[in-house]
Design a protein around this ligand. Structure first.
Ligand code: PLP
Length: 436
């Protein structure tokens, strides 16, 4: 599937050019003198021509570097990719080749991980309401199943599951959007310490093999503060398990949720650094000589900055004092602005021009709220220009819909002047195939 889409241009180096806004882009992002953006030494203009738009472009070098940074942050830890950020077999295979596992929360995600060759303790199965089919599939994959409710103990055992973790709700509130907080007291996820102790005791009498404890504080966590508190709660809980059950975990899974900066004004702790701090805190708080193995489950922070979405500019107009730029996608390929108030950055990816003002980037869907970026300074965009939106590798295609019967976009992996299709663009025929 490799095909040359290289530009033949000599890209200017990152340091040689003054555009700090490329900071949000993948490691290989450059812009030449004509203003053409390249990713993985592949010109955005040629990628758009060859694969169409909207298009999500993933930089292989950035994916690899981030995966390796996690491995270095805590060399003995199990690092599993939170597949829901972008379920993709090619990326799962790439990560698996670097020693990463996968964390899945549905039958579909499980099958993606299986297709990439993952199973056993490299595969962690989550879900607050796992079906019997999901439990059976997890058992067949010999995966680690994270128990999320008391009645799941018996259901897991009956489905043939062996090794389990127990998900603890540590009762901390992350400073993030309410719908992506997962560890506060009323969360739908996990068990409070009393229930978790009960589930562990029940698991042991049922013949399951409880190997550890899991917590996940939430997503888009910018700083380690609340997560350090969660680590303390886990340590307290494990001490109780030791004293009351005579059981200590072999594996302590501290979850994922590490943020990715999406706009130039955002400052976040990079995921591997964040994970390293949690590991360090855990090691110093752990009371016993024998330390359990740690696990981390980064999703967004593995793929977010590696991904850039390319859109083609269509209509431009001025309305009520606002300069609108309409793109050929929107809330169907990235619903996060509507769901979470997510903010994004963008640059013109096909030419340079002097600053043209402040623009509102709107999608093409039949909702007035279909706005990708409320206000962004750009050269004045024209029909046919390319807009590149960085930090869109996670939770974009994964959350894409077919609203307005829009076929979902394609994704490509770029490296060294080559581009490989890793997910084909849907067609209207694909959508019509569901009709009866
Ligand atoms: C969503 C989720 C992750 C990954 O979250 P990111 O914010 O993408 O890092 C990891 N673990 C669990 C249990 C999750 O629900």
């Amino acid at each position: 599937m490799h095909g040359a889409a290289g530009s033949g241009r000599t890209p200017t180096t990152r340091s040689a050019q003054s555009d700090v806004s490329l900071d949000l882009f993948p490691d290989t992002a450059t812009r030449d003198d004509a203003g053409v953006l390249s990713l993985g030494e592949t010109a955005a203009t040629e990628l758009a021509e060859r694969f169409g738009t909207p298009l999500v472009v993933y930089c292989e070098r950035t994916l690899v570097a981030q995966a390796q940074a996690y491995r270095c942050a805590e060399p003995d830890a199990l690092v599993v990719y939170g597949v829901k950020a972008f379920p993709n077999v090619a990326i799962l295979r790439l990560f698996a080749g670097l020693g990463l596992g996968a964390d899945v929360s549905s039958l579909g995600e499980l099958e993606f991980a299986r297709r990439a060759g993952l199973g056993g303790t490299d595969l962690i199965v989550h879900g607050n309401n796992k079906s019997d089919v999901e439990l059976t599939a997890a058992a067949a994959a010999e995966a680690l199943v994270v128990l999320d409710s008391s009645d799941e103990v018996e259901r897991a055992q009956q489905a043939g599951v062996r090794r389990v973790l127990v998900r603890l709700t540590p009762g901390v509130e992350a400073h993030t959007h309410r719908s992506i907080q997962t560890a506060h007291d009323e969360s739908k996820f996990g068990l409070d310490p009393e229930q978790a102790l009960g589930a562990l005791a029940a698991a042991r009498t049922t013949g399951l093999d409880p190997v550890g404890v899991h917590v996940h504080v939430g997503s888009q966590l910018e700083r380690p503060d609340e997560s350090l508190l969660a680590v303390d709660r886990v340590v307290d809980f494990c001490a109780r398990c030791r004293d009351e059950l005579g059981w200590t975990p072999q594996l302590v899974d501290l979850g994922g949720g590490f943020a990715v900066a999406q706009t130039p004004d955002e400052r976040v702790t990079d995921g591997p650094v964040f994970a390293g701090k949690l590991a360090e805190h855990f090691r110093s708080a752990w009371p016993d000589k024998d330390q359990p193995r740690l696990a981390f489950e980064p999703g967004r922070s593995l793929v977010g900055r590696a991904g850039v979405t390319l859109y083609r500019v269509g209509a431009t107009k001025r309305s009520g004092g606002v300069d609108y730029v309409a793109i050929d996608g929107g809330m169907s390929d990235n619903p996060r602005p509507q769901l979470y108030g997510a903010r994004y950055h963008a640059i013109l990816a096909n030419r340079t021009a002097p600053p043209g003002g402040t623009f509102r980037v709107a999608g093409k869907h039949c909702e007035n709220g279909d706005v990708l970026i409320d206000a962004i300074d750009l050269p004045r965009p024209r029909r046919g220009d390319l807009l590149a939106v960085p930090a869109t590798g996670g939770y974009t295609l994964a959350m894409a819909s077919n609203y307005n019967a829009a076929p979902r976009p394609a994704a490509v992996l770029v490296a060294d002047g080559r581009a490989r299709l890793i997910r084909r663009r849907e067609t209207t025929d694909d959508l019509l195939a569901y009709e009866t």
